[in-house]
Design a protein around this ligand. Sequence first.
Ligand code: AMP
Length: 209
Amino acid sequence: MIILLMGPPGAGKGTQATLLEKATGLPHVSTGDLFRAVNPKTPLGAKVSKIMAGGELVRDSLTNELLAQRLQQKDCAKGFLLDGYPRTLAQAKYLDAWLKKRKKRIDAVLYFDLPVAKAVSRLSLRLTCDSCGMVYNELRTPGVKKCVRCGGALYRRDDQSPAAVKKRFAEYGRKTEPVLAHYAAKLRRVDVGQTPEKTFHRAVIALGL
Ligand code: AMP
C-alpha cells in the first residue's frame, strides 16, 4: 500500500505516520527527517538547515532526488507511508511519474484537517526528542524534560520561531494546498482530534483498515 499523509504544519502527520507504521508494517518515509539527517557540517547540509530553519521549502530537484533514493531501498518495495511529500505540484507530478514507471499507484491520500489557528498554537507548544524524534505537547505532558520512550533530550525545533511558522504557513497555502486538489479523487479527510489516539482511530477508519 502507498499512503500519503498531508495536512498543515502542526497537524501531527509525523505522529500519525509513526502509529500507522506500527499498525501496517509499512515504512514511514519523511522528507523532513531525510533533510534533518543530512550532516549540517557539509556545504549541502548547511544550506538545507538554513532553508528549514527559515520555514521555506527546499528546492524540488533536491527533494525529489533524496526521496527517490529512499524509495529505492528494499523496505519500500511493498509500499510506504509518505509524510511531508509531495509539498508542491511539481513534486506531485514527479512522484506520479516515478510510480507510473514502476507500475505502482497511490492507494490513499489522508488529509489531516486542522484550522490554522489551532495548528499555530500546537506548533508553539511542541517539543521534539533529539534522539528518536518523538513529539510532545507541553500542555499534555507538563514538565516533561526527557523522552519517555528513549530518554533523549527534548528541544524546540528551529522552524518553530514565530517568523518561521508564519513562513511555513505561507508556503503551505501557496505551494502545498494546490496538491490537495491534484489528489482530490484519492483524498480522505481526517479531522484532527483532541488526542493523537482519537485522530489515529479516525485515520484507521478512513483507510478501511
Ligand atoms: P517537516 O518535518 O515535514 O515539517 O519538514 C521540515 C522542513 O523540511 C520543511 O519546513 C522544509 O524546509 C523541508 N521539507 C520537508 N519536506 C519537504 C518537501 N517535500 N519539499 C520541500 N521542503 C521540504
